[in-house]
Design a binder for this molecule. Structure first.
Ligand SMILES: O=C(O)C(=O)C[C@]1(C(=O)O)C=C[C@@H](O)C=C1
Length: 120
C-alpha cells in the first residue's frame, strides 16, 4: 500500500490490505508501517464492535424486564473471561479488565437505550 510519505508495505500490492498473518510489527522500521498496521487493526476492531453491539440489540429484544438489562454476575464473568484471555496472550490482565469494564458499561447503556427505544 502506498500513501503520502512513502511505501508502507512493499510486499503488498497497491490498494490491498495485508492479512493479519502478513502483518509483522517486529519487522517494521518506519512509523508509517506502524500506523498503517494500527489503522488496519482498528478497522477490524470496529467491525467486531459492530457485531458485539448487534448482540446487545438482540439482548434488548429478548429480555422482557428492563431491570434485567444490567446483570452484575454476567458482567463479572465477561470481564474475568477477557482478563484470562488477555493473560494467556501475554497482555496485562488488569488493563484489559479495565477496558472490558468500560466496554460492558457502554454496552449496558446502549442496551438500555435500545430497550426503551423499541418499547416506547
Ligand atoms: O449477557 C447479558 O445479559 C448482556 O446483556 C450482555 C452484557 C455484555 O456487555 O456482555 C451486557 C449487559 C449485562 O450487564 C451483562 C453482559
Amino acid at each position: 500500500m502506498k500513501r503520502a510519505g512513502g511505501a508502507v508495505n512493499p510486499s503488498t500490492a497497491a490498494g490491498e490490505r495485508p492479512s493479519n498473518a502478513r502483518m509483522n510489527p517486529d519487522s517494521y522500521s518506519t512509523m508509517a508501517q506502524v500506523r498503517a498496521g494500527v489503522d488496519n487493526l482498528d478497522r477490524q476492531i470496529v467491525a467486531l464492535l459492530a457485531q458485539r453491539f448487534a448482540h446487545m440489540r438482540a439482548a434488548a429484544r429478548i429480555k422482557s424486564d428492563r431491570g434485567a438489562v444490567r446483570d452484575e454476575a454476567r458482567k463479572a464473568e465477561v470481564i474475568a473471561n477477557a482478563r484470562a484471555e488477555a493473560e494467556a496472550a501475554g497482555l496485562p490482565g488488569e488493563m484489559i479488565a479495565d477496558l472490558w469494564d468500560h466496554l460492558v458499561e457502554l454496552s449496558i447503556a446502549y442496551e438500555m437505550d435500545e430497550f426503551d427505544r423499541t418499547r416506547s
